[in-house]
Design a protein around this ligand. Structure first.
Ligand SMILES: Nc1ncnc2c1ncn2[C@@H]1O[C@H](COP(=O)(O)OP(=O)(O)OP(=O)(O)O)[C@@H](O)[C@H]1O
Ligand SMILES: [Mg+2]
Length: 229
């Protein structure tokens, strides 16, 4: 089954009296287990597209379907549950809560969902292991490097075991060595945890950690191609 399908997607924004067309007739799909990198010049619509894929914004027209379900057919409540449980989000600036510990930041989606935390002790251990941060579980983000903070954000995106991870320039704020480490972590999560990943990136090098690359320009798809492994 396909993780994501997009049909004739259009997104316009009203700026004053003017209507700008940001995404124009976008069609593509992402298979389960694919690791797609979205590239293109600043302002071409990458973040807008990613937010539509994750249901964080609504298209002007067209369909986004996640795990076989058309997002527009879901109620707001169904959609917010789906966003929390089936999709993990990772952003450029981590978006961690500064006065919560690493482990509480990771568990935040569980807390917000009202699930009992006890059930998640084992899972938390495993995730801390995956991101190699077990030794830092009790500290707050202030005491962490950028790369370590992004690891915690990735762990938080994984805690509900979503099928799909969406990441908007996850290494945009990191030095290249740390960026490479984070890309290797995503690759590991894609291969060994079988997650579908879609990242937006400005780095050609980072893009090739994926299994496919979609190039956008002026709101239109130029190409979508597999990466030779
Ligand atoms: N909420 C909004 N209201 C009006 N215009 C918007 C809004 N969000 C985005 N835009 C416009 O849509 C276009 C695409 O923005 P988007 O953030 O998707 O670009 P991007 O490809 O992610 O760029 P970057 O690489 O700089 O992050 C830009 O021209 C931007 O100004
Ligand atoms: Mg962007």
């Amino acid at each position: 089954m396909r993780a994501i399908e997009v049909f004739d997607l259009n997104k316009n924004f009203k700026v004053g009296k003017e209507e700008i067309e940001v995404l124009k007739n976008i069609n593509f799909s992402v298979e389960k287990g694919e690791f797609l990198s979205i590239m293109g010049p600043s302002g071409c619509g990458k973040s807008t597209l990613l937010y539509l894929l994750g249901g964080l914004d609504k298209p002007t027209s067209g369909v986004v379907s996640i795990n076989g379900r058309d997002l527009s057919s879901l109620s707001e409540k169904q959609k917010s549950i789906m966003k929390r449980r089936e999709i993990g989000f990772v952003f450029q600036f981590y978006n961690l809560v500064p006065n919560l510990t690493v482990e509480d930041n990771i568990l935040l989606p569980i807390i917000l969902d009202g699930k009992p935390l006890k059930k998640y002790e084992e899972k938390l251990k495993k995730i801390l292991d995956t991101i190699e941060m077990s030794h830092k579980r009790k500290v707050t983000p202030r005491e962490l490097s950028g790369g370590q903070q992004q690891r915690v954000a990735i762990a938080r995106a994984l805690v509900f075991e979503p099928d799909i991870i969406l990441a908007d320039e996850p290494i945009g704020n990191l030095d290249s060595k740390t960026g490479t480490d984070i890309m290797k972590l995503f690759q590991n999560i894609n291969k060994n945890l079988s997650k579908t990943i879609i990242q937006v990136t400005h780095s050609e090098e980072a893009a090739y950690y994926g299994t496919s690359i979609l190039r956008l320009k002026d709101g239109e798809i130029q190409t979508k191609e597999g990466v030779a492994s």
